[in-house]
Design a protein around this ligand. Structure first.
Ligand code: NAD
Ligand code: 6OD
Length: 487
């Protein structure tokens, strides 16, 4: 029998009143995974109402310690059901088990613990002021939850990126309505079971499924009783959501797209630079917002670096997620593959040298129906090419030579985006100098995707607004209220 994925509203799994569903298909072989219920206005209203009511129920009366304890229990229950979360995430995304078991699911759990700790340990400000009568006054700030937070998520790291927002939102005492990506609805729904099991009160965590425009995403982000919207996804979608938020003057947090550069200096440790670049270009089949799509390599090592990067791309074996030698999964969908392939075609049309890949791999049997694509490396395109300027979100990069440090910085910064960068050098002074000049929210030196969850995370320029992570998440998920006491 076909599985159904339901909404989670006020502590209960519910179907859409309209009976409307959409298909969730596997990127591995295009087989049907489940029919997903699509929320209409009625379900979104019910979820937002439940979230609003829950603010005034037992959840709203809990101490920070009680809430933190509950979030630790959520994390522990995810870990106890690790295999179920892993299977669900792998089925929805097609990513290798080796990746999801090391990154997606452990981080999905860790996001609850880290923010439970953060809220217990962050002080607020205090100022003592003089008054004309000499008695003085005291000011202190208190943090209060924003209220009902809409959480709109993408499909590339579904549980990880959703809990990255739900963890701090709940730690701060808010309630949430989550709209997972239509491509990857399952782990968000599964988390509802976890919430019930550990006793999170009904209405605190809600999930509605559906699409963006004229569907759950739009109904949620335009809802009058939503107090704040936290979004991760494409820049263009972020702009649409900011418009939707404007009439209600709602706070928004925007984690958006990128076209991230890596700079490899001739003094870099070649093996370290290659290992990190191979990961940053091809991990998760290139579907990581922080991933590298532009590589700038200093001329003396350009040929060797390109050859070895191309060899690494050719050696990446596609295959079923559970097979030990699988190095790369498929793209999320046929629709996304069409988009990525349109850039593969553009690169060829514009005269790129295709160092590796450039097409669709031959997959055997039922895998031939999946959305597989070859890891691809190009050289030879001008910096004005769409392939070098636009976010592709696939396993591909363009490599350009450079001659001076200034040129590398200029090329790296010549983009409307500003999310992440990687710099490879063994010259410490240069690492500090270049790192400080790159217009990005996060810059790695001799590494990539090394994440301390207490650090600020976010983008500059069209890659986003605001920072989340550690205390920065508290800035978004709480209001600071000043209390002034005349002595
Ligand atoms: P997307 O913008 O297409 O969709 C993201 C979510 O927004 C989905 O849940 C979608 O249903 C919803 N949505 C779409 N239109 C909407 C609307 N008008 N109103 C409300 N909701 C709407 O992004 P995607 O394709 O799922 O993810 C890939 C993109 O996300 C890439 O651009 C990538 O760079 C970006 N991303 C950024 C970060 C970051 O931290 N900066 C992290 C991961 C992914
Ligand atoms: O590690 C994180 O917290 C984070 N937000 C990663 C984003 C990855 C983008 O695809």
């Amino acid at each position: 029998m076909t599985k159904e994925t339901l909404h989670f509203i006020n502590g209960e799994f519910v179907r859409s009143a309209s009976g409307k569903t959409f298909e969730n298909r596997s990127p591995i072989d295009n087989k049907l995974i489940a029919k997903v219920h699509e929320a209409g206005r009625a379900e979104v209203d019910a979820a937002v109402r439940a979230a609003k009511d829950a603010l005034n129920g037992p959840w709203g009366r809990m101490t920070v310690e009680e809430r933190s304890k509950m979030l630790y229990a959520v994390a522990d229950e995810i870990t106890a059901r690790f295999d179920e979360f892993l299977a669900a995430e792998v089925a929805d995304t097609g990513k290798p088990v080796s990746l999801a078991s090391h990154i997606d699911i452990p981080r999905g759990a860790a996001n609850f613990k880290v923010f439970a700790d953060t809220v217990k340990n962050v002080a607020t400000e205090f100022f003592q002021m003089p008054t004309p009568d000499g008695a003085g006054a005291l000011n202190y700030a208190v943090r209060v939850p924003k209220g009902v937070v809409a959480v709109i998520c993408p499909w590339n790291l579904p549980l990880l990126l959703m809990t990255w927002k739900v963890g701090p939102a709940l730690a701060c005492g808010n309630t949430v309505v989550v709209k997972p990506s239509e491509e990857t609805p399952t782990t968000a729904a599964l988390l509802g079971e976890v919430m019930n099991k550990v006793g999170v009160p009904p209405g605190v965590y809600n999930v509605v499924h559906g699409f963006g425009p004229d569907s759950a995403g739009e109904f949620l982000t335009t809802h009058d009783d939503v107090d704040a919207i936290t979004f991760t996804g494409e820049t263009r979608t972020g702009a649409a959501i900011m418009k939707a938020a404007a009439p209600g003057i709602k706070a928004t947090s925007m984690e958006l797209g990128g076209k991230n550069p890596a700079i490899v200096f001739a003094d870099a440790d070649m093996n370290v630079a290659l290992e990190a670049t191979v990961r940053s270009v091809f991990a998760n089949c290139g579907q990581v917002c922080l991933g590298t799509e532009r590589v700038y390599v200093e001329r003396p090592i350009f040929d060797e670096f390109v050859r070895r990067l191309g060899d690494a791309a050719k050696a990446m074996k596609p295959g079923r997620p559970e097979e030990k030698d699988t190095k790369i999964g498929p793209l999320i969908s046929h629709e996304h593959r069409d988009k990525v392939l349109s850039y593969y075609k553009k690169a060829k049309d514009e005269g790129a040298t295709v160092v590796a890949g450039g097409g669709v791999p031959r997959m055997a049997g039922e895998l031939a129906e999946g959305s597989w694509i070859e890891p691809t490396v190009w050289t030879g395109l001008p910096e004005t090419s769409a392939v070098v300027r636009e976010e592709i979100f696939g396993p591909c990069c363009h490599v350009t030579p450079f001659d001076t440090e200034e040129e590398a910085i200029r090329l790296a910064n010549d983009t409307k985006y500003g999310l992440a960068a990687a710099v490879h050098t063994t010259n410490l002074a240069r690492a500090h100098r270049v790192g400080a000049k790159l217009e990005v929210g996060i810059c790695w030196i001799n590494s990539w995707f090394l994440r301390d969850l207490r650090t600020p995370f976010g983008g500059t320029k069209q890659s986003g607004i605001g920072r989340e992570g550690g205390v920065h998440s508290l800035e978004f998920y709480t209001e600071l209220r000043n209390v002034c006491i005349k002595l």
